[in-house]
Design a protein around this ligand. Structure first.
Ligand code: DX5
Ligand code: ZN
Length: 232
């Protein structure tokens, strides 16, 4: 994975048909997504349960782009090895998912994966100030984690701006997750985000039988974001 700051769309498969994940992933990739965002929830750190390392491993062979794994689980350390072995390219953990963030990040990189930290809406950007050299990505949650289909929390735009400044010349992606649509994507892209996660806004109206709709949805988000970057 080489680093670049062009706008990337990472559809969250939380909004896909869980009975047909392999075909859903192949459809979104054929329709032009850049990464595939995989939401892992434990019913403890967040109030919902989704999938675990076994499903990640099963879908890995359908992913040609980047397997972008977002772990909403605590404690997270005991499971990092399993998610790395499942084929994750990027493993993102929540800032509050364990007692020693710096150690967890070192472990992710030692397992051969890119390391990300996710900040909840109430978590300040300064939380990652002293681990910046240990991360490849920061994930700004623009909803409270746990469910797809929630409304974008506008206060997070300012956080993205602060993080972009804090990151300086480092090769660190800023990913935004939650309530991303063609209306909200320009706000975060203009503030400095380069990876946009979208579940509902990518999968709505489409299906494996009607994948062109996925392509239209992906393009609508990407075009809106790119226009904002160019205008800035
Ligand atoms: C929320 C997840 C998101 C979510 C995004 O906890 O991390 O990835 O599925 O869904 P939308 O785009 O519908 O807000
Ligand atoms: Zn996510």
């Amino acid at each position: 994975m080489s680093f670049d700051r062009s706008i990337k769309i990472s559809p969250s498969i939380l909004s896909a048909d869980f009975a047909n994940l392999g075909a859903e992933i192949e459809a979104i990739e054929a329709q032009g997504c850049d990464w595939v965002h995989v939401d892992v929830m434990d019913g403890h750190y967040v109030p919902n349960i989704s999938i675990g390392p076994g499903v990640c491993q099963a879908i890995r062979k359908h992913i040609k782009t980047v397997m972008d794994v977002h772990l909403m689980i605590a404690p997270v350390d005991p499971y990092l090895e399993a998610f790395a072995a499942a084929g994750s390219d990027i493993i993102t953990i929540h800032a509050e998912a364990g007692p020693h963030l710096d150690r967890s990040l070192q472990l992710i990189r030692s397992l051969g994966c890119k390391a990300g930290v996710s900040l909840n809406p109430s978590t300040p950007p300064e939380h990652i100030e002293y681990v910046l050299d240990r991360i490849d990505l920061v994930l700004v949650m623009s909803v409270n984690p746990g469910f797809g289909g929630q409304s974008f929390i506008a206060s997070q735009v300012e956080k993205v701006r602060k993080l972009r400044k804090m990151i300086g010349k480092r090769n660190i992606h800023i990913e935004v997750d939650g309530g991303i649509t063609p209306e909200t994507a320009p706000l975060v892209a203009a503030a400095g985000a380069d990876v946009l996660v979208a579940g509902s806004a990518v999968f709505k109206g489409g299906s494996v039988q009607n994948p062109e709709r996925y392509g239209e949805n992906i393009r609508a988000i990407r075009d809106a974001a790119m226009q904002a970057v160019t205008a800035g």
